[in-house]
Design a protein around this ligand. Structure first.
Ligand SMILES: [Zn+2]
Length: 420
């Protein structure tokens, strides 16, 4: 690998657009095109606070949010327009196209199917519609001559199914009837049962169809809704060889990350923001030597190549501890500790972002070197939950690395980046 340095212009785009990229932490229901949301709402008669893009940006999808609650409010509108097969297919297709247009070659699209289900929309309907949309976009992209003749790596994707840490009857028609039919159970018990039901549905589809579901995730508000409520559902998917990721350490501290790894068998962690935060170690035993505990945990994560899915803009928008600056983000510490990290969008619409924008932000604010950038990008491909054999995945990663090197050489040749 040549050592080279980026010029200022390079931060701004051309190179970043061209290199192959991934987005492993990408919520389907947070990443709609705004015009599509408005069009579908009009068609389905769903009430929005505004029917113009500017109005929706002003009221719902803002550049900054006062709280996580305000950030999450947008999902009630996006989910409301996504409860038809055509809408899910279209939104999935458009999401893949938007990624392809900025040089993203691999995406893992996640969402909570139960938030879209109803008497008329089964789990199978939801998953099939998403698959159809993504597959159509993949076929279109991969029919280009550069892909067919092997000059460029193809576009690929996987789907991640999310269970909800918190949900109630307001979340969807499915949840309304699920809670109604479990009225003698406490809310946490009903959430536990819904999660297990989802895990069973997921493994059935994985074992019986070709829908490329590659992983299971736990999403939603962390506080007051512990991950251990989902031990049984993670056990079900684990025993069926599905990969696992968990939103953890977004609101809780290092012990929540430990729990995700040990109790839920997480292969990756969504956010992991408070990994190094000794103050947030709460158990009496671990508090005695919180410094050591955090160090051991970080070592364990590094040794086992458990990947942290970092979503910079989303963190800036929802985490007051950052005080609006990436300078306060633990990403530098993660890189210095040689952890495997990837950069992701979380929600393209709600965070008003793209993969390229996230990379620009991190490079600029954290002074990422070209070698570090290369590592981050390649980890995305190496640590993705690829749908296919390990041999196929290795070949794919090799193709991506070769292409990355080729682009780098090209830009060195043009004098846009240069050796140091
Ligand atoms: Zn997320």
């Amino acid at each position: 690998m040549n050592k080279h340095k980026f010029t200022k212009e390079l931060y701004n785009k051309e190179f970043l657009l061209k290199i192959p990229k991934t987005d492993l932490h990408l919520h389907l229901d947070g990443s709609l095109r705004l015009p599509t949301l408005i069009e579908l709402a009009k068609k389905e008669g769903i009430k929005l606070p505004s029917y113009s893009e500017a109005g929706m940006r002003d009221k719902i999808f803002k550049d900054s949010y006062a709280s996580l609650d305000e950030y999450l409010r947008g999902f009630s509108y996006t989910c409301a327009v996504m409860r038809t097969k055509n809408a899910i297919e279209r939104i999935s297709y458009e999401l893949a196209i938007d990624n392809q247009n900025e040089g993203v070659r691999y995406i893992e699209v996640r969402f909570a199917p139960q938030t879209l289900m109803s008497d008329d929309m089964s789990f199978e309907d939801v998953m099939n519609s998403c698959w159809k949309g993504l597959e159509r976009a993949k076929k279109e992209f991969n029919s280009h001559s550069e892909i067919l003749n092997g000059e460029e790596p193809p576009f690929n994707y996987g789907i991640i199914v999310c269970a909800m840490r918190f949900c109630d009857k307001r979340f969807s028609p499915f949840f309304a009837s699920f809670f109604k039919n479990h009225k003698y159970s406490a809310p946490l018990e009903t959430i536990n049962l819904a999660s297990q039901e989802l895990a069973k549905a997921t493994t059935k589809i994985v074992n019986e169809t070709d829908i490329p579901i590659v992983g299971f995730d736990l999403a939603g508000a962390e506080e007051g809704f512990p991950a251990d409520n989902h031990i049984q559902s993670y056990d079900i998917v684990h025993r069926n060889f599905l990969s696992k990721t968990v939103h953890a350490g977004e609101a809780y501290g290092p012990e929540s990350i430990f729990q995700a790894i040990t109790d839920l068998h997480a292969d990756r962690i969504g956010h992991g923001f408070y990994l190094f935060d000794e103050e947030k170690v709460v158990s009496k035993k671990n508090r005695k030597n919180a410094k050591k505990y955090v160090l051991n945990l970080a070592q364990y994560i590094a040794n086992n190549r458990i990947t942290l899915e970092i979503c910079p803009t989303s963190n800036l928008q929802t985490n007051p501890d950052l005080k609006g600056s990436m300078k306060n983000h633990p990403i530098r510490k993660m890189i210095d500790n040689k952890l495997s990290i990837t950069i992701n969008t979380d929600n393209r619409l709600i965070s008003n972002t793209t993969v390229t924008k996230e990379l620009q932000l991190v490079i600029k604010e954290m002074k990422i070197t070209p070698a570090q950038l290369r590592n981050i990008i390649i980890y995305g491909f190496k640590r993705c939950f690829y749908y296919g054999s390990y041999v196929e995945k290795r070949d794919y990663v090799r193709d991506v690395i070769d292409y990355y090197e080729k682009i780098t050489e090209e830009f060195l040749g043009k004098g846009i980046i240069y050796h140091i």
